[in-house]
Design a binder for this molecule. Structure first.
Ligand code: AMP
Length: 175
């Protein structure tokens, strides 16, 4: 599936979760077996080379990250909102397009030297992505790439991610 075909399954919801935000709703894409499979395939093929761990960012990053991990024969690591993970965690605070939040990861989930691919649904301002990269690097691992289904290009999130290679399957130049 090409970019336009995937885009056809992504719905704009104006003023959600608050006024001024146009929410990119990926549930129509998830509900279509061909579009969902093609999206997972596209994410998994975005980078070449060995991947040891796929990090998925809560919550929609889990939906895409887990099947990408099995395709790449990599482990899956959930990066979660505060207070959800039961074991020792490393934490990182960050600013969102709307509000602030933190991400946590189990302290033994990523090994030093691991080659890590980070997966999320949407790259907006890049705050979430930057926090995830900080956590991966704090574990002593290498970030191979950051891959998302949707990039809101007009928010320049890519710049927040520094020199990490970023791939998005579909991109929007404006709201
Ligand atoms: P950011 O930290 O600004 O790059 O925001 C990325 C995170 O927030 C992702 O995990 C998305 O799920 C969510 N997000 C931010 N903006 C939107 C949007 N306009 N539509 C859908 N999800 C969004």
């Amino acid at each position: 599936m090409n970019e336009a075909q995937i885009k056809a399954f992504i719905r704009d919801i104006p003023d959600f979760p608050e006024p001024g935000i146009v929410f990119k709703d990926i549930t129509p894409l998830l509900g279509d077996p061909t579009a969902f499979a093609a999206t997972v395939e596209g994410l998994a093929n975005a980078f070449s080379g060995e991947i040891d761990k796929v990090v998925g960012i809560e919550a929609r990053g889990f939906i895409f990250g887990a099947p990408v991990a099995t395709k790449l024969h990599a482990g899956f690591v959930p990066m979660r909102k505060p207070g959800k993970l039961p074991y020792d965690v490393s934490a990182q605070h960050y600013a969102l397009e709307y509000g602030t939040d933190s991400l946590e990861v189990h302290s033994d989930a990523i090994d030093p030297g691991d080659r890590v691919l980070v997966v999320d649904d949407v790259l907006a301002t890049g705050g979430t992505g930057a926090a995830s990269l900080d956590l991966v690097r704090a574990a002593g691992a290498d970030v191979v790439g950051f891959v998302v289904v949707v990039e809101l290009g007009f928010l320049n999130g890519r710049q927040r991610l520094g020199d990490v290679p970023v791939v998005s399957l579909v991109s929007y130049a404006g709201t």
